[in-house]
Design a protein around this ligand. Structure first.
Ligand SMILES: Cc1cc2nc3c(=O)[nH]c(=O)nc-3n(C[C@H](O)[C@H](O)[C@H](O)COP(=O)(O)O)c2cc1C
Length: 161
């Protein structure tokens, strides 16, 4: 990575995000990848997107998956986030609460989850943007999200006390 690219990453890191895990049914069991590129796209139809690094060891699986899940992590999800952001660390068999539409794994630590059919794939530099059509979703009305800011995990502090 060049100095300029590192600075670009630092600048992007000023945009505080939640943390999610993209999930799919792999050949040897359920697989997950930590992501923060998740975004809402469309209400009608219901569409979401995220982007995957072409260099990821899980790229082939997610690029070809007919269905994928996106699980927004709660504030107890830091360990699973760290584990699923390591090379070769995609197995999530013990972390799965249930299976959703299209066989997508849904995690115990999901504050919200989206069960998606792959709608479109867009080439974008060293990433591919995956657009998902939301077949089903659910969320917990209580709990707090895991936050990622300037390269570190954070907790949400409420300004209204
Ligand atoms: C908070 C956080 C957010 C991430 N967001 C993404 C993302 O949106 N897309 C992606 O491809 N990788 C993302 N990564 C990196 C992957 O989780 C993983 O670290 C990377 O793909 C290296 O493993 P791999 O090369 O074996 O896949 C993120 C990592 C962290 C810690």
């Amino acid at each position: 990575m060049t100095d300029r690219q590192r600075e670009f990453r630092n600048a992007l890191g000023c945009f505080a995000t939640g943390v999610a895990v993209a999930t799919a049914a792999g050949q040897d069991g359920p697989v997950g990848l930590t992501i923060n590129s998740f975004a809402s796209v469309s209400l009608d139809p219901m569409l979401v997107l995220w982007s995957i690094d072409k260099a990821s060891d899980r790229y082939r699986l997610f690029k070809s998956a007919a269905h994928f899940g996106v699980c927004v992590l709660d504030d107890a999800g830091q360990d699973i986030s760290s584990r699923l952001s390591r090379k070769g660390g995609g197995g999530i068999a013990e972390d799965v609460a249930k299976t959703g539409k299209g066989g997508v794994p849904i995690l115990k630590h999901a504050l919200a989850h989206f069960e998606c059919a792959a709608e479109a794939r867009h080439d974008a530099g060293d990433h591919v943007i995956l657009v998902g059509r939301v077949l089903d979703f659910d969320y917990r009305s209580h709990g707090h999200p895991l936050i990622y800011y300037r390269g570190r995990y954070r907790a949400l502090v409420s300004s209204d006390g």
